[in-house]
Design a protein around this ligand. Structure first.
Ligand code: HEM
Length: 180
């Protein structure tokens, strides 16, 4: 997985918890590179799971909450990192519909060896359904990203997002979005 996902995870912990917690997380996870990731490098996603495991121990919070919070934070961080990808979007649903295309074109242009997850949008009656599928187990991060983009567009009060709990995680998920 691309280093940007790891380095931003460390940044999230530094900003939202503390630099000391980030240090403990990195040390406890026994990372081969001691937490120095370059955004274009590729690293085993198990290293992110090892950091998350440490964070569960340090904070006492469940992994699914922590992953969601990371995804939520990452949504606006992506806007800072890649502003050109967000030009002209005012509606979260329009943006979310375009993510698979962005992953497969703009993200792959930046990181040619990226293996992005499938983020497929489909209309089901009045609902928009966003499906996540990946060989990596990050459905909770995707859940946070969906909430994060709705918040970024200032539409938290406008849309209700429900997660289809019948979909077995963490490699797949379905998020159903409808008007409040
Ligand atoms: C324009 C906005 C976005 C950008 C720039 C972006 C970019 C990226 C990049 C660079 C990666 C790393 C790929 C790799 O390591 O091979 C990634 C992975 C990922 N993306 Fe996105 N992404 C965006 C939006 C989203 C959204 C809205 C979702 C969820 C609905 C999402 C879900 C994920 C997840 C969960 C991963 C982790 C890898 C995996 O699960 O397979 N992304 N994204």
């Amino acid at each position: 997985m691309k280093g940007v996902i790891f380095s931003e995870m460390i940044r999230w912990v530094e900003e939202c918890l503390s630099p000391a917690v980030a240090d403990r997380m990195i040390t406890g996870a026994n990372l081969p590179n001691e937490g120095s990731y370059t955004s274009v490098g590729s690293y085993p996603h198990q290293e992110a799971l090892a950091m998350m495991g440490q964070l569960v121990e340090i904070t006492g919070r469940p992994a699914h909450d922590l992953c969601h919070d990371y995804g939520y934070w990452l949504a606006t961080r992506f806007v800072q990192l890649y502003p050109q990808m967000f030009n002209g979007y005012t509606d979260a649903l329009t943006l979310l519909r375009d993510i698979d295309n962005k992953h497969n074109t703009e993200v792959v242009k930046l990181y040619p060896d990226a293996r992005t997850p499938a983020i497929i949008a489909s209309v089901d009656g009045e609902d928009l359904v966003i499906s996540y599928a990946s060989h990596r187990p990050f459905a909770d991060v995707a859940w946070g990203l969906v909430h994060g983009y709705i918040a970024y567009c200032g539409q938290t009060a406008q849309y209700i997002v429900t997660r289809d709990e019948t979909t077995p995680g963490p490699h797949a998920a379905r998020f159903v979005i409808n008007r409040a």
